[in-house]
Design a protein around this ligand. Structure first.
Ligand SMILES: [Zn+2]
Length: 476
C-alpha cells in the first residue's frame, strides 16, 4: 500500500455510512478509541472544535446573565432517590463508587440536577435570590449498553448543563424556550446544520421534567439526531429537594426550574452532515484551521517560502497553517489537508509569485481560482462566507426534501422504511407510541413541531382523536 492510499478514506459515504463515519473521525484526527470500552479520546483537532462550540455558546449564555460554576462528580445515592421519575429514568445507566469507610454509595454524574439542587435548597432564601442561573461545563457518565460510536454514543462525554430557578412559571417557561432558541442559532449559524425545533412527547420527555423541548437534525443516512434539549422541570425538583423562597409578602413559595444541555455529540453531527469521500468538510466558523498555504517550489525555495510567509502575515485574522514540510510533495499535502477539512487552500508557485497571484481552492466544492494578491483578503472573506452559507443551504435542502407527511398507516410504514422523517397526526398516548416503535423496528417520535396546524386529524396508528402533528423517524 502506498502512503497516499493509507492516508485517504477507503469507504464511500453512500456505501457504508457507519464505516465511512468512523474513518473520517479517526483519519481526520478528531478522536480515537480508548483502551476502555465505550470511552473515547478527543484529539487536539476534535477538541479545538469543541472549544469553538464552547466559546460560541458561552458568549451567548453570558449575555443572558448565566454564570459558570462547578459541582462534584460524585452524587450520593440518596439524592437520586428523591425525585422518583428522575431516579427511574437514570437508574439503568449509573456507575457507582463505594466509600468503604462511610459505607456510602455515590453515582458518577449522568446529569447534575440532584447535586446542584441540593445546593440550591441551601442558597435560595428569598425572592431576591431569584432568578438564579448557573451553567456547568463538565463530563458526564452514562453506562450505555448499546454499541458505542465515537462522539455520538460513548459512556463518557463532555457537555454543558444549565440550571435555572425562577419565581414564576411564565419566566421559567419563557427562558426554557430562549435557551432552546440559542441552541438552534448555534447549530445553524456556527455548525451550518439546519434543525427543527419543538417539544418532546410524554414518552420521550426528560426523566422528571414537565416539558422537554428539543432541536433535531437529520443525518445523511436518514436518521434524526437530537442536537440539544431544554427542560421545563416545573416544581418537581423544587418539591423533591425542598427548594423554597419567601416572596415579597413573606410567604413561603416553591420556585420553578429549567435545565438544558448540549454535548460533544454535536461534533458527530458536524462530521456526518458535511463531510465527503475525501474526508472532513468543516464550516469555516468552526474549523480549527481555516486556511492552509502550500508552497510549490523546485530550486527557488527561499523566494517562494518568503512570499508564502508574507501571505500568512497578511491573513492574521484567520487560523492559517503554512505547510512548508520538505519531505512531502504538494499533492500529498493537498490530500492530507482535505482529509482534515481545512475550508480553503492557497497554492503558490514560481509563476504565481511572478504574476503577483495565488491559486485559491475550496474544500467544499473543489473550485479553483486565480486571485491577485491585492484582492486576496476580500476574496477570502467572501469565499469563507459563501462556504458557510452553501454548506447550510445544502443541508437545508436535504432536510426539507426528506420530511414527508403521511395520512395512513401503510404510507407511514413505507416512509419510515425509506428513512424519511414522517409528519403524522398522533394521539399522544404512550402505549400507542410504543406500538409505533414496535411495528417500525424502532422509529420514535422526534418532536411535536412548534408550528402546528389548526385542526388535527385522527391518530396515524390507533385512529383515535389526534392531539398534535408529530415528526417520527429513526434516530441515533
Ligand atoms: Zn394513537
Amino acid at each position: 500500500m502506498t502512503k497516499q492510499e493509507k492516508l485517504g478514506i477507503s469507504i464511500k459515504k453512500t456505501e457504508d455510512f457507519s464505516q465511512w463515519y468512523n474513518e473520517v473521525v479517526i483519519k481526520g484526527e478528531l478522536a480515537d478509541h480508548s483502551m476502555i470500552k465505550g470511552f473515547m479520546i478527543i484529539k487536539p483537532r476534535g477538541y479545538a472544535i469543541w472549544e469553538k462550540i464552547q466559546h460560541n455558546f458561552d458568549n451567548r449564555i453570558k449575555k443572558l446573565n448565566v454564570k459558570n460554576a462547578y459541582f462534584p462528580l460524585l452524587i450520593p445515592e440518596s439524592f437520586f432517590k428523591r425525585e422518583a421519575e428522575h431516579a427511574k429514568g437514570f437508574a439503568p445507566e449509573l456507575a457507582w463508587v463505594m466509600d468503604e469507610e462511610q459505607k456510602e454509595k455515590y453515582a458518577l454524574r449522568p446529569t447534575s440536577e440532584t447535586i446542584i439542587y441540593d445546593s440550591y435548597s441551601k442558597w435560595i432564601r428569598s425572592w431576591r435570590d431569584l432568578p438564579l442561573r448557573l451553567n456547568q461545563w463538565c463530563n458526564v457518565l452514562r453506562w450505555e449498553v448499546k454499541q458505542t460510536k465515537l462522539f455520538l454514543r460513548t459512556r463518557e462525554f463532555l457537555w454543558q448543563e444549565g440550571h435555572c430557578v425562577y419565581e414564576t412559571e411564565e419566566e421559567c417557561e419563557k427562558e426554557a424556550k430562549i435557551y432552546l432558541e440559542e441552541y438552534k442559532k448555534l447549530c445553524q449559524e456556527l455548525l451550518a446544520i439546519p434543525v427543527i425545533a419543538g417539544e418532546k412527547t410524554e414518552k420521550e420527555r426528560f426523566a422528571g421534567a414537565k416539558r422537554t423541548y428539543t432541536v433535531e437534525a437529520l443525518m445523511p443516512d436518514g436518521k434524526a439526531l437530537q442536537m440539544g434539549t431544554s427542560h421545563n422541570l416545573g416544581q418537581n425538583f423544587a418539591k423533591a429537594f425542598n427548594i423554597t423562597y419567601l416572596d415579597k409578602s413573606e410567604r413561603k413559595q416553591l420556585p420553578w426550574q429549567n435545565s438544558w444541555g448540549i454535548s460533544t455529540r454535536l461534533i458527530g453531527a458536524l462530521v456526518m452532515v458535511h463531510s465527503d469521500d475525501k474526508g472532513l468538510v468543516l464550516p469555516p466558523k468552526v474549523a480549527p484551521t481555516t486556511i492552509v498555504i502550500v508552497p510549490i517550489y523546485f530550486e527557488d525555495k527561499k523566494k517562494i517560502i518568503k512570499k508564502a510567509n508574507e501571505i500568512k502575515n497578511m491573513l492574521k485574522n484567520y487560523e492559517v497553517v503554512l505547510d512548508d514540510r520538505d519531505d512531502y510533495r504538494p499533492g500529498w499535502k493537498y490530500n492530507e489537508w482535505e482529509l482534515k477539512g481545512v475550508p480553503l487552500r492557497i497554492e503558490i508557485g514560481p509563476k504565481d509569485v511572478a504574476k503577483k497571484q495565488v491559486v485559491l481552492v475550496r474544500r467544499d466544492n473543489n473550485k479553483k481560482e486565480f486571485v491577485k494578491l491585492t484582492q486576496l483578503d476580500k476574496k477570502i472573506k467572501n469565499t469563507l462566507e459563501d462556504i458557510q452559507n452553501s454548506l447550510f443551504n445544502k443541508a437545508k435542502k436535504f432536510l426539507n426534501s426528506n420530511i414527508v407527511e403521511s395520512k395512513n398507516w401503510n404510507d407511514f410504514l413505507k416512509y419510515i422504511k425509506n428513512r424519511k422523517l414522517v409528519k403524522a397526526n398522533f394521539c399522544g398516548n404512550i402505549k400507542c407510541e410504543d406500538e409505533i416503535k414496535d411495528k417500525t423496528d424502532g422509529a420514535t417520535s422526534r418532536l411535536i413541531p412548534f408550528q402546528q396546524p389548526k385542526k388535527i386529524g385522527k391518530c396515524i396508528k390507533c385512529n383515535k382523536e389526534g392531539k398534535f402533528l408529530v415528526i417520527f423517524g429513526k434516530a441515533y
